[in-house]
Write a protein that binds this ligand. Sequence first.
Ligand code: LIP
Length: 274
Amino acid sequence: MSAEEQQQWFDFALDIAKRAGLVIKDGFEKTKTIEMKDNPRDLVTDTDKAVEALVIGEISKTFPDHKFIGEESTAAGAKCELTDSPTWIIDPVDGTMNFVHSFPYTCISLAVWCEQQPCVAVVHNPILDLTYTARKDHGAFLNGKKLSVSLKDDLSQSLVMTELWCRPDPAKMAVATANAMKVIKKCHGPRCMGSAALNMCHVAQGAAEVYYEIGIHAWDTAAASLIVREAGGVVMDMTGGPYDLMNRRVLCAANLKLAQQMVELLEVYDEDRD
Ligand code: LIP
């Protein structure tokens, strides 16, 4: 990837994210057409589908050789495969449950990965007008203001973000519940807001110190993982191993000391890879 390509991809990503944001905002207060995917809490709306179609359609016109990994395309049967080619990884509406309830914590998450590394990221919440951006080696920003993670490195003084939802598998539910109980006792406060991408962006801006979750997908973290790292934070697997875009879990923190405290605290389980 050249510097010119990175700038071109970033400019295009920011523009299409803002255009997609208008579609999300238009649908936000309206009655939604809602379908259930894998379980009663895994939802998709007409807006999710319309946004992904808009984004892929526009990108394909400008970058016909680029590849895509999209939440709704994958749900419709498209292959979820990351190659060395420039790949746009799209969550058209992250926090769909929030969108369905008109709870203003929802966003489009858009990343470009090249040679299997993130190089451009945009996470845009059109309801609260919050636009998180990053280009590899160029820092992370919120509405154009440079971001830096929190300086706290003591878990007992940290806000820890995660999501609490009912896992149909009792063994997985037991792990998630045990983790939540341990975190509640050890941290300053837990926060569950319904969007992985925005949770990670709050770590990047220093509003929270940690986010972890098992059960997310590549499109949930593909953009925000770059935003956290460019803001000085760490992104890794919950086992302490390297971040794995496709393994359905993530741990991000303001610093390695906090991340290590979380690795020692948390149990993990495996999900089928994306
Ligand atoms: C959501 C994630 C969230 C997770 C939800 C859901 P979606 O993504 O952002 O972290 O807990 O189950 O996966 O489905 O709204 O794009």
